[in-house]
Design a binder for this molecule. Structure first.
Ligand code: NDP
Length: 330
């Protein structure tokens, strides 16, 4: 059986993509293989890096990118999954080390698959995808270290996938969300998602200058890193917590230990890629408890498989808004 896939190849360090017809026999053979007819994938920051060959995330070409996928089981060697089951996959280095979701078919290790939650379509699962999953992991982590409903939670990189999702989930969970954006023209949209306040990211973009600044935040979902994270650490309330999720603004962190020692601030690392199965099920359950189809649709843009490669530079430049789903079939 043949299927379409976006295949990356590499020549002298340059990565290029082409829509290619492959045969089922070309698919990899992992342990406990389950073959999925992919309905949708999505565009994450990491997909942008893979499509542009940034960061050497992919070591073996030809390669099929797409860190997320959702679809229907069409073949299964694993008793946990039957033909016709709707499943999703995020992380596990699919789309970077293993072939991913930018194809009509994928063959994956059953351990990497999660059932699509009841009441959610495969398209909605991908509108959430890695970014929405990470946003809920971050909020869950903040709550587990004491952040309470109503406390001010700062969300950085608010117009992006992780940021928009953190606003949607956080507001629905009863938190007071303050969105930080470099695109103040999006303020109205961010408020419509549930942000109680919107601030210009320039307020928090510089290194803080002093170890402690005026207390502002009980929690922070940080998708930006770099000097923004250093600044936010200096502004945390006594006992506050930051969930460090991303590096859209830089991967270095120059700070002092003072916020940790004098204010008991907590810095919690968030990794969605290798999250264990039980955590995945719990996080998806929490998402399905708060997600609202209409609001999710308002942050979702759909593109065809043939058009996704052109979006890579936009997401790396911080120019996309919300989430982009990739329709794999016609
Ligand atoms: P997006 O590109 O969708 O969003 C990032 C947002 O950050 C942009 O929309 C922009 O928002 C802001 N931004 C971009 N560039 C800069 C800059 N130079 N300085 C300050 N702000 C900037 O990406 P995602 O939301 O998908 O991912 C965000 C980050 O989280 C990435 O670094 C990604 O690698 C990471 N990530 C980590 C995961 C994990 O498991 N830990 C999982 C998923 C993502 P605005 O215009 O509103 O300011």
């Amino acid at each position: 059986m043949s299927f379409k896939a976006l295949v990356l190849s590499e020549s002298d360090g340059d990565v290029s993509s082409s829509l290619t017809e492959l045969d089922a026999a070309d698919l990899p053979q992992p342990e406990n293989p389950v073959t999925v007819a992919v309905d949708y994938s999505s565009l994450n920051y990491k997909d942008g890096m893979v499509l542009q060959g940034v960061g050497r995330l992919v070591r073996n070409y030809p390669h099929i990118p797409g860190v997320d996928l959702a679809g229907t089981v069409v073949d299964s060697a694993d008793g946990r999954f039957q033909l016709g089951d709707e499943v999703l996959c995020t992380g596990w280095r699919v789309g970077e080390m293993h072939w991913g979701g930018y194809a009509e078919r994928a063959r994956l290790n059953a351990d990497w698959l999660v059932p699509v939650p009841k009441g959610m379509t495969t398209r909605e699962a991908m509108a959430i995808g890695t970014a929405g999953f990470t946003a809920m992991q971050a909020l869950d982590a903040l709550e587990s270290v004491g952040v309470q409903k109503g406390d001010p939670i700062l969300v950085t990189g608010a117009s992006g996938g992780v940021g928009s999702s953190a606003i949607l989930w956080g507001a629905a969970m009863g938190h007071h969300i303050v969105a930080s954006t470099g695109r103040m023209e999006n303020a109205g949209d961010l408020k419509a998602l549930g942000a109680a306040e919107v601030i210009d990211r320039n307020e928090i973009a510089e290194a803080p200058g002093r170890p402690l600044l005026k207390e502002r935040w009980a929690g922070c979902v940080d998708a930006v890193g770099g000097d923004t994270l250093a600044h936010v650490l200096a502004e945390m309330n006594y006992g506050g917590a930051v969930a460090a999720c991303g590096l859209a603004g830089g991967n270095t962190l120059t700070t002092t230990v003072i916020p940790f020692l004098l204010r008991g601030v907590k810095l919690v690392g968030i990794d969605s890629v290798m999250a264990p199965y039980d955590e995945r099920i719990r996080v998806w359950e929490r998402i399905s408890g708060v997600f609202d189809s209409e609001r999710l649709a308002s942050i979702t843009t759909e593109v065809a498989l043939a058009d996704i490669a052109s979006r890579a530079s936009e997401i790396l430049a911080g120019q996309t808004k919300g989430r982009t789903v990739v329709k794999t079939g016609a």
